[in-house]
Design a protein around this ligand. Structure first.
Ligand code: DHB
Ligand code: FE
Length: 280
């Protein structure tokens, strides 16, 4: 049966892609963020994932306001990065793990998650950039992928409770997959930030820290007491992206070890954070 080797959650600020493209990792503005990654690269070299299941939020590239699925999953042969803003990084297409995509689709629909199934799906910075951060020297991306998109763009949003349940069901589906592949889970977005309106620049280190601490517990459900509106109040409109972290972390069952944690304010007015977990 397939094995989940771990979970990595990280911010996906587009300017990180620009910094990567220009080799600015040691620049004083950028180093507090990038310095967190060598331990992750070392860990990935040890756990050797074959596949990444990526929970991310589309920002209006593949889904726009006329059609906005709450939960969508890719089942296509490959995923092309069609990013917006900051200049489109020249990433080759991401290979698909189609068998796992269909294992997830069948298991999720069987367990009451009515996914939007996308045979053709463009991906944006929220998908492409974290994979580049994880595998900066390898091109094309060395793992096959399954993208799962969660709506954080248009009301109403799925609750943290619902995203946790989605994550648990995805985890169970992976563990039930008849394959010897090693699967890495990636959750992208957050942490606290708001890019527009009167509260533009809003950050909340205290809430972010409580959230990251809660994900370390065997029972990571602390965030589930909050509605989407409560979360937006605390961490800003775009900070709601933390629900990707919730889905990703909940794929792991039982106690976890924190492989690495990094938190830095600000990058592009965002609390830039990374946290990785391994099952114990
Ligand atoms: C920006 C975009 C994002 O999607 C995000 O999560 C944080 C910052 C930006 O445009 O700066
Ligand atoms: Fe975003």
């Amino acid at each position: 049966m397939a094995q989940i080797v771990g979970c990595i959650n990280t911010s996906h600020v587009p300017s990180i892609g620009k910094a990567l493209a220009h080799g600015l990792q040691k620049d004083p503005y950028w180093s507090p963020f990038f310095d967190g990654f060598p331990p992750i690269h070392q860990w990935l070299a040890e756990v050797k994932p074959d596949v990444a299941v990526v929970f991310y939020n589309d920002h209006g590239l593949n889904f726009f306001l006329d059609k906005m699925p709450t939960f969508a999953i890719g089942s296509g042969p490959q995923y092309i990065n069609g990013d917006e803003g900051w200049g489109q990084p020249d990433y080759p297409p991401f290979a698909s793990e189609e068998k796992l995509a269909w294992q997830l689709i069948n298991h999720l629909v069987d367990h009451d998650f009515d996914m939007t199934i996308c045979q053709d799906m463009m991906v944006d910075h929220a998908f492409a950039l974290p994979l580049k951060l994880l595998f900066p020297k390898q091109s094309p991306c060395p793992v096959t992928t399954v993208p799962i998109s969660i709506n954080t763009v248009l009301y109403p949003f799925p609750s943290a409770r619902r995203c946790a349940a989605l994550g648990r069901t995805v985890g169970d589906a992976i563990r039930a997959w008849d394959s010897d592949k090693r699967v890495l889970i990636v959750g992208t977005g957050g942490l606290s930030h708001q890019l527009e309106g009167e509260r533009a620049g809003h950050l909340n280190r205290d809430f972010d820290t409580k959230f990251m601490d809660s994900l370390m517990r065997e029972d990571p459900s602390w965030i589930e007491q909050f509605s989407s509106e409560d979360i937006i109040e605390q961490v800003g409109t775009a900070g709601l992206e933390l629900i990707m972290w919730v889905a990703a972390r909940n794929t792991l069952r039982g106690p976890v070890r924190e492989v690495m944690r990094n938190y830095h304010i600000p990058i592009s007015n965002t609390a830039a954070a990374t946290q990785a977990f391994a099952p114990l």
